[in-house]
Design a protein around this ligand. Structure first.
Ligand SMILES: CC(C)(COP(=O)(O)OP(=O)(O)OC[C@H]1O[C@@H](n2cnc3c(N)ncnc32)[C@H](O)[C@@H]1OP(=O)(O)O)[C@@H](O)C(=O)NCCC(=O)NCCS
Length: 152
């Protein structure tokens, strides 16, 4: 993606990530949760930088042949310009290099932007986890992309 590069998560990114996280998620991760990703044995965690500024991030855990996407967010001022899609493409490419052949995730049932992004890539909703999110008891949609070679 023009003007945006992807790097692995480093300590220096955690402050800017927390700013985006608080503006993006109704139940934000703690700093500690992001720090745990710095040296997660099965993790892949990438940060999108534009002119050296953090504009988004995404993470996954690769367990056996599955890439479980754990988080993604884009700076609210930089959305709808392709960064989210580029982050997902880069994340899954790196997960593939670690042995993943398929991917799964959970998303809030009311999170239309994220669901549209995943559907556009070929993820399909396969079920609901009822009242999965403790903050508002919202359902989670469980989505799968069965073949990472078939990303649309
Ligand atoms: C979901 C999110 C990461 C998308 O990031 P983004 O950079 O705005 O997404 P992109 O510009 O790359 O959009 C890619 C596709 O996603 C879909 N999409 C993204 N935002 C959308 C919106 N507001 N409404 C409808 N579709 C949307 C579209 O299909 C879009 O493709 P198109 O532009 O060709 O129509 C961003 O909205 C975000 O950070 N949300 C808050 C955090 C969050 O909800 N994370 C997901 C947790 S599971």
């Amino acid at each position: 993606m023009k003007g945006v590069r992807f790097v692995e998560l480093a300590e220096e990114h955690i402050g800017p990530i927390m700013e985006i996280e608080k503006r993006s998620q109704s139940s934000p991760w703690s700093e500690r949760s992001f720090r745990n990703e710095l040296d997660h044995a099965h993790g892949v965690f990438i940060v999108a930088l534009a002119d050296g500024t953090v504009v988004g991030y995404a993470g996954a855990w690769v367990l056996a042949d599955e890439a479980h996407v754990t988080t993604i967010a884009v700076d609210p001022d930089r959305r709808l310009s392709g960064i989210g899609r580029a982050l997902m493409d880069e994340l899954l490419e790196r997960a593939k290099n670690l042995g993943a052949t398929c991917s799964t995730l959970e998303v809030r049932a009311g999170n239309e932007p994220a669901i549209k992004l995943y559907e556009a890539m070929g993820y399909v909703g396969v079920g609901l986890r009822k009242k999965y999110y403790p903050d508002n008891k919202e359902d989670a949609v469980v989505m799968w992309l069965y073949d990472l070679d078939k990303i649309q």
